[in-house]
Design a protein around this ligand. Sequence first.
Ligand code: ZN
Length: 291
Amino acid sequence: MSKSDQLRRFLFDKANIRGEIVQLNEVWQSMEANHQYHPVIREYLGEVVAAAVLLSATIKFEGSLTIQASGDGPLSLMVVECRSNFGVRGVAKYKEPLPEQTDIKTLLGKSNLIITIEQARTNERYQGIVALEGNSIAEFLEGYLQHSEQLETRIFLAADKQAVGGLLLQQLPGKTEDDDSWDRITHLGSTIQKEELLELQATEIIHRLYHEEDVRLFDPEPVHFQCSCSREKVSNMLRSIGEEEAADIIKEQGNISVDCEFCGTSYDFDEIDIAEIYASNNPSAASTTRH
Ligand SMILES: [Zn+2]
């Protein structure tokens, strides 16, 4: 059984096809540790986590890639962020009890998946809308890559309580020497079982599927849990709710406590902290207090 948190890239040089396998154990366990997700929700969130890492590895960027779904169904929010250094975080919100039908479309209701890519240096932001065409998260994303990026892609995703796994195959632009290669390689890919994606080593999976193909294997790249929350960001958020409302909460509860929904870190603010937040927000008020 593999215990890894990594992405493994491989390449079929002659066929001009790229492959990637992602497998997460500890990273996934720490993502769901603070939540008691319903097993169905956990599986969908895990699939999106695997997908976010796979997609991040297909593009050249420095920043973050986010996959988000927010619809009017019982699964009201699912958001996963993967940074270009493979730092991931994600969260799901939903209403219980879940309906009898728990397919992804019913749970999301009227919704799209939105993929956002933010380039850190330039602050440029690209957004793509993924229609819910098909019956699985993998199919939605395959359709999106086909329609908007003209990239033939096959994606296989799996998740349980212990692990998430994903396999991506993508035809790269340019000539191939081997006309049947895409059909043959994706057909072999489609024989992968969920348990295999979750439990076998990436090298074992590649060997099992593609021992008759020419495959170039790259070094594994580590994936880690990374939350970008900070006291400063929470302060900015509190600043935006307004001084009066903050004062009301302080009066009622003595302090303001904000928990990060991704990592569970708790940020506490007492009366003095709150006063400082609004003082730094309003320089003239700060200077008058000095008299
Ligand atoms: Zn956090």
